[in-house]
Design a protein around this ligand. Sequence first.
Ligand SMILES: NC(=O)c1ccc[n+]([C@@H]2O[C@H](COP(=O)([O-])OP(=O)(O)OC[C@H]3O[C@@H](n4cnc5c(N)ncnc54)[C@H](OP(=O)(O)O)[C@@H]3O)[C@@H](O)[C@H]2O)c1
Length: 316
Amino acid sequence: MRAALHREWGAALEIAEVPRPEPAAGEVRIAVQATSVNPIDIYTGYNVGYEQSMQLPCIPGWDVAGVVDSVGYGVTRHAVGDRLFGLASFPQPAGTYAEYLTVPAHHLAAMPASLSFTEAACLPMAALTAWQMLDSVAANGTRDLAGHRVLVSGASGGVGHLAVQLAAARGATVVALARPGNHAALYELGAHSCADHTDPAAVAAIGTVDAVVDLVGREFGRSLFGLVAAGGSISLANAWSIPDYEAAAATYGIRAVSYLVEPDPEALRAIAALADTGRLRVVVGAEFDLSRAVEAQQWVQNRAGFGKAAIVTGVP
Ligand SMILES: NC(=O)c1ccc[n+]([C@@H]2O[C@H](COP(=O)([O-])OP(=O)(O)OC[C@H]3O[C@@H](n4cnc5c(N)ncnc54)[C@H](OP(=O)(O)O)[C@@H]3O)[C@@H](O)[C@H]2O)c1
């Protein structure tokens, strides 16, 4: 099968022929129709992701949408021919930039019927991240966010544009932080107000929020602590970028949540239902053939557009 892989850490992705994997007990093999690029795929190429047990040659990627073409011993929840999507094995190695993939059956769910493989492949990591981060907004874990004012940073990105919609669907009043050129798209997706993150005066004028879903971090993320009402929360997708994150937040009297996404088929089913009823729209900003995986990653790295970059395999 064809795969995009790194032969050395830091080396460019190359297209190579590798053996097709066989599903172990509890796994299915997917004929991958599409995957999508997440920033962690790019860090992985330098062996600086969360998962340090990646091996060379390394096939990156965790998002998948495709068709089951073989099932391992004991798998009853999926059958050959099923159209599935999911976050494969994260944070353990998966290797979705390939024509075939083996994955634990319980990491996958039925694809949203109304979406293409390309659209479905853009959902798992980004939508699960948004979904699970929003679960930490209310101190008691309720998903009813009516009465909560929630600020989403990095709102034009893969996670951010979904977080805006999911927060609004849960009843929150949503403030989106993005460049002005992206504000119209964010209003269309359900943001109640938008502010330009490159303008400190505009950020300060947001006023108080109950929670921040921070998809940017670093010094910028630290500058958002002061916007959160006492007793509120900030959850951060890349908490490693703010040293002493929890302690720093505590000095503002706010709760800090350092977050790592996990496979969750129940949440995937809820996300699929929202997509199928038109309440969650995934924006595919760019689509690349597997042979152009390098360009797909560059699109994300250069923040070249709105939403997600997809990679399609063309496998029969
Ligand atoms: N912990 C986890 O489990 C987990 C899971 C998924 C993602 N993540 C992390 O979450 C972050 C977002 O992921 P993503 O897939 O949404 O990435 P993405 O598609 O590349 O989007 C990143 C967004 O952040 C904005 N941005 C980048 N640098 C910024 C800065 N200095 N100040 C303000 N905004 C900035 C960009 O907007 P502009 O280009 O308009 O500035 C863009 O909208 C990444 O760091 C990723 O690694 C973590």
